[in-house]
Design a protein around this ligand. Structure first.
Ligand SMILES: *Cc1c(COP(=O)(O)O)cnc(C)c1O
Length: 427
C-alpha cells in the first residue's frame, strides 16, 4: 500500500528494508494461519473459564486492607485454575514479578535438608541467587536446601542417564524452565516437558515438579500443568497479563502445593485469605482475556525476526523454520555494536519513550551488563515490544513482545534499518 510505504518512510524505514520484509512475509502465510488457530482455541478456553465461573461486574470491585472475602480475587484464581486445569491457583498483585512467583513456589515447598534438581541446565539468571548458585542472603542454600544440576546434552536434549544418577533420596523438587531465558538452548515444547516429568516421576513418584512457564503461556494449546507439573509458574507482565496487568504473578497447581505457596507469600495460617485486590481486577481479567491474541501477535513478530535476520547470516534461536514454544527470539548479532543498533531500532518503534536511546548498564540480579529496549505502558513489561540481552558472547539479543503484530513488525523493520544505517548489514 502506497500510503503505508510513505508513512513508514517518514518514520525512517527505507523502501529497501520494507521490501526485504515483505518478501520474508510472503513465505509465512501458512505459519501465521496456524498461530491464529491456536489463538482461537485458547481464546475459547479463557472465555469458557470466565463464563463457567460467572465473571461479573462484581468481580471488578476494588478492595483494600486485609482483603478478606475478596470475591474478584477468588473468582480470578478459579478462572486461572480452570484454564490451566489445576486444582488451585494463586494469582496476586502481591507477587511482584516472575522471579518472586518462582521464589515463593520453591521456598514454600522445599525444607532444610531437601534437594532441588534442575535437569535442564543452568536456570534463568535471577534464579541463580534465589537458589544460591551465586551467593546471596536469604537464598535457598542459606536455608539448608541443596542444589544439583544436570546439563543438557550438546544437542540440546535431556541427559536421561545423568538425571537418573542425580535423583536421590533427598530430591524433593525438580525445576524445569520451559523458555531458554538468556541462553541459546532450545525452548522445550510442552510435550517434551511432559516426557521429562514422566521420566522423573517414574524414578521417584512423590517428587514435586515445578515448571517456570515464563513466556510460554498460550503459545500451545496445552500448558505444563496438562502434562504432570505440580506447579506452573509465571509473570503477569508477560503473556498471561495480556499487556494490561500492571503487576503480578501466578502459581497454578495442586491444592497442597498452592496452599503452601499462599502461606509462604502471606503468613502461615493466613494464606489465600488475605491480599486485597487494590482495584487491579479489571486489568487482570481483561489482560487474561486478551492474552491469547496478544501472545499470537508476539509469536508472529518472533518468527518474522528470525526470517529477516537468519538469511543475513545471523544465527537465530529458534531458527527461521523451527516450531515455537515461547515468544522469545534470540538473534546472535556477534558484537556489542550490533546489540546496540538492534535495540535502538526496537526502542524507536515503541509507542512510549520512542525518543530514548538504550545503552548497556548494570541491573540487579544480573551478573553482566545488560542492554534493554522497552517503550512500554507498563514499566519493564516484556509482553510489550522489547529487546534485551547481557553484553557477553555470542552477543545475542532476545526480542519479544509487541501488543499487536503490526507494532512487532515495525520494531523488527526498524531494528534492521538501524543495523543497515550503522553499516553492520548490507541488504
Ligand atoms: C522473565 C523470566 C523470569 C523472571 O521473571 P521476572 O518477572 O523478570 O522476575 C524467570 N524465568 C524466565 C525463563 C523468564 O523469562
Amino acid at each position: 500500500m502506497k500510503e503505508l510505504l510513505e508513512l513508514y518512510q517518514e518514520m525512517g524505514i527505507s523502501p529497501a528494508v520494507y521490501a526485504y520484509g515483505e518478501r520474508a512475509l510472503e513465505s509465512l502465510k501458512d505459519r501465521f494461519a496456524a498461530i491464529d488457530q491456536v489463538a482461537e482455541y485458547n481464546q475459547a478456553k479463557v472465555l469458557r473459564a470466565m463464563q463457567k465461573n460467572k465473571v461479573s461486574a462484581a468481580c471488578f470491585v476494588p478492595t483494600s486492607g486485609y482483603g478478606y472475602d475478596d470475591f474478584g480475587r477468588d473468582t480470578l484464581e478459579r478462572v486461572y485454575a480452570d484454564v490451566f486445569h489445576t486444582e488451585s491457583a494463586l494469582v496476586r498483585p502481591q507477587i511482584t514479578c516472575g522471579t518472586h512467583a518462582l521464589t515463593v513456589a520453591l521456598s514454600a515447598n522445599l525444607l532444610p535438608g531437601d534437594e532441588l534438581l534442575s535437569p535442564v541446565g543452568m536456570p534463568y539468571d535471577t534464579l541463580q541467587e534465589v537458589i544460591g548458585i551465586r551467593k546471596s542472603p536469604c537464598s535457598l542454600a542459606e536455608y539448608g536446601v541443596s542444589y544439583r544440576q544436570v546439563d543438557l546434552l550438546s544437542d540440546g536434549t535431556f541427559d536421561y542417564e545423568g538425571i537418573r544418577k542425580a535423583i536421590n533420596s533427598k530430591t524433593k523438587l525438580i525445576t524445569i524452565q520451559r523458555s531458554k531465558g538468556y541462553a541459546t538452548r532450545p525452548t522445550f515444547s510442552v510435550t517434551q516437558i511432559g516426557e521429562l516429568i514422566a521420566f522423573c516421576k517414574g524414578l521417584k513418584p512423590d517428587v514435586l515438579v515445578m515448571v517456570d512457564n515464563c513466556y510460554g503461556e498460550f503459545v500451545e494449546t496445552i500448558e505444563p500443568s496438562d502434562v504432570g507439573a505440580d506447579m506452573t509458574v509465571g509473570s503477569l507482565i508477560k503473556n498471561p497479563g495480556g499487556g494490561l496487568a500492571p503487576i503480578g504473578g501466578y502459581i497454578c497447581g495442586t491444592r497442597e502445593c498452592v496452599e503452601r505457596c499462599a502461606y509462604r507469600l502471606s503468613a502461615p495460617g493466613l494464606g489465600k485469605e488475605v491480599g486485597a485486590n487494590l482495584g487491579l481486577m479489571t486489568s487482570l481479567y481483561q489482560g487474561f482475556f486478551l492474552a491469547p491474541t496478544v501472545t499470537a501477535g508476539a509469536e508472529k513478530g518472533a518468527i518474522f525476526a528470525a526470517n529477516l535476520y537468519e538469511p543475513l547470516g545471523f544465527r537465530c534461536v529458534p531458527n527461521a523454520a523451527e516450531s515455537r514454544h515461547d515468544i522469545i527470539q534470540a538473534v546472535e548479532l556477534g558484537s556489542e555494536a550490533g546489540m546496540i543498533a538492534f535495540c535502538k531500532g526496537i526502542q524507536a518503534a515503541a509507542p512510549v519513550d520512542s525518543f530514548a536511546t538504550p545503552y548497556p548498564g548494570d541491573m540487579p540480579g544480573y551478573e553482566d551488563k545488560v542492554i534493554m529496549a522497552a517503550g512500554a505502558f507498563v514499566q519493564g513489561s516484556s509482553i510489550e515490544l522489547s529487546a534485551d540481552g547481557p553484553i557477553r558472547p555470542p552477543y545475542a539479543v532476545y526480542f519479544q513482545g509487541g501488543l499487536t503484530w503490526y507494532n512487532a513488525k515495525l520494531g523488527i523493520l526498524m531494528s534492521l534499518q538501524k543495523m543497515v544505517d550503522a553499516g553492520l548489514v548490507k541488504l
